[in-house]
Design a protein around this ligand. Structure first.
Ligand SMILES: NC(=O)C1=CN([C@@H]2O[C@H](COP(=O)(O)OP(=O)(O)OC[C@H]3O[C@@H](n4cnc5c(N)ncnc54)[C@H](OP(=O)(O)O)[C@@H]3O)[C@@H](O)[C@H]2O)C=CC1
Ligand SMILES: O=C(O)[C@@H]1CCC=N1
Length: 270
């Protein structure tokens, strides 16, 4: 990737903006990034907040790397709109859940390289987890370019396309599960009588510390949990309640539902 490489995000919502923020924090010059949105006020907001350019979809689609950031149900219409404008020499990068690379290859100029990326919103702070797989026309050099592009957003895992929907259920949707737990813990702390501001701080810093241990200590989640859990102590009293409430079983069902929903979107919008 050269210093002149240009990038456009067609459909810059929550996830597209997280990608843009991650790239800018990683040193991308804002003039090299063009964003589009359906509503002019959304595009103006992005320009004001990040200093990037904006344009119509067809003009933006001439960038070297074109990130396709609309909702899966809006993707076919977007691709129809940019038909003939997105050069077959550009690299198309979809971040849409569920939609296979074949969906894009069927709608873009023949031979257009396609990469399928599933990022998550922590990309905005450089701590994202992105999944990456390639379409049939993408070369190893294209994949390396995408990895280079994604590097400032956090970590990247390459995987076979057949695993993307399952992995999306873990890392793409994953931040939401953690936020739900954080919300629940905060409310529970308030129920114990703690001030809300203190409860939020305790929950956030505990999540941050636990995540750092989980990623960087070299220990498994089980080992780390056991370290906290003194026999007959406070933690096991709480864990017993969570197990009785079916937390573990709920995660089996939840991730299966997310994986199935991705597959369903892939076939519904194909
Ligand atoms: N949110 C997440 O955590 C993740 C989302 N994704 C994927 O990212 C994609 C976007 O999701 P998300 O960001 O949450 O959704 P949003 O609704 O926040 O963003 C979609 C954006 O697309 C814009 N848009 C829609 N149609 C057009 C069009 N024809 N031309 C230009 N812009 C258009 C909308 O503009 P406007 O705002 O003006 O309506 C909006 O800004 C989805 O495909 C999703 O699967 C992937 C990983 C994680
Ligand atoms: O909920 C969704 O469909 C998107 C994809 C992964 C996270 N958010």
């Amino acid at each position: 990737m050269s210093e002149q490489t240009t990038l456009a995000v067609l459909g810059t919502g929550a996830m597209g903006e997280a990608v843009v923020a991650g790239l800018l924090a990683g040193g991308w010059a804002p003039e090299r990034i063009t964003v589009t949105a359906r509503r002019p006020e959304r595009a103006a907001e992005l320009v004001a907040r990040h200093g990037v350019r904006t344009a119509g979809n067809r003009e933006a689609a001439t960038a070297d790397v074109v990130v396709l950031g609309v909702k899966p149900g809006d993707m076919a219409a977007l691709l129809a709109e940019v038909e003939g404008a997105l050069p077959a020499t550009s690299l198309a990068v979809s971040i849409a859940a569920g939609l296979p690379t074949a969906f894009f290859e069927a709608r873009l100029a023949p031979g257009t390289p396609v990469a399928r990326v599933m990022p998550n919103t922590a990309s905005a702070v450089g701590e994202g987890m992105s999944l990456l797989c390639a379409g049939s026309a993408a070369t190893p050099a294209h994949l390396e370019l995408v990895e280079e592009l994604l590097a400032p957003l956090g970590r990247v895992a390459r995987l076979p396309e057949a695993q993307v929907d399952a992995a999306t259920a873990v890392s793409g949707s994953g931040p939401a599960y953690h936020f739900l737990v954080a919300e629940a813990m905060t409310e529970a702390a308030v129920a114990l009588g703690l001030p809300r501001v203190l409860a939020r701080e305790l929950v956030a810093q505990t999540a941050y510390g636990a995540a750092a241990l989980l990623r960087d200590s070299g220990r498994t989640a089980t080992e780390l949990r056991e370290q906290v859990t003194s026999p007959g102590g406070t933690t096991i009293a709480a864990l017993r309640e969570l197990e009785a409430a079916g937390l573990r079983t709920a995660f089996f069902a939840a991730l299966e539902a997310a994986r199935d929903r991705g597959q369903e979107m892939g076939s519904r919008y194909a």
